[in-house]
Write a protein that binds this ligand. Sequence first.
Ligand SMILES: [Zn+2]
Ligand SMILES: [Zn+2]
Length: 146
Amino acid sequence: MPGIKTGGRKKCKGPCQKMKPVDAFSFKDKARTRRSGICKTCRATVALAPDKRARQAALAKIRRQKSRKELIAFLGGKCVDCGYDRDWRAMCIDHVYGDGCVERKQYAPNAIYPLVRKHQERYQLLCANCNQIKAYENSEWGPRDE
Ligand SMILES: [Zn+2]
Ligand SMILES: [Zn+2]
């Protein structure tokens, strides 16, 4: 069963989704019998929030990050230009016929995911560097004359 500890490790239900030693999960109760399903690292993101609203925003962010990671994996997980695949945070979901990173422009992150899944052929992954270069080359000012 997911979340049940196996051999001193268990899977985090938070955004990291990693197998971690049980020590990475804080106790849920004072009797110290049950551990949280979300690791301390993931929990800290949420716990830092000062009030309920901010906490919900933090949780929403965690969910967004998770679906973004899934989408990046769905699109192959690496930059189509240079093959960069080391950090999902440096990845841009790029419109093949557009001029750079679509998600930061006309679309809210939640709106872009269904579109990408539906029209996969129109999107590609670019790393931040390649995306910047593409955006520069396609910018309305054109490449600057030397
Ligand atoms: Zn975690
Ligand atoms: Zn690249």
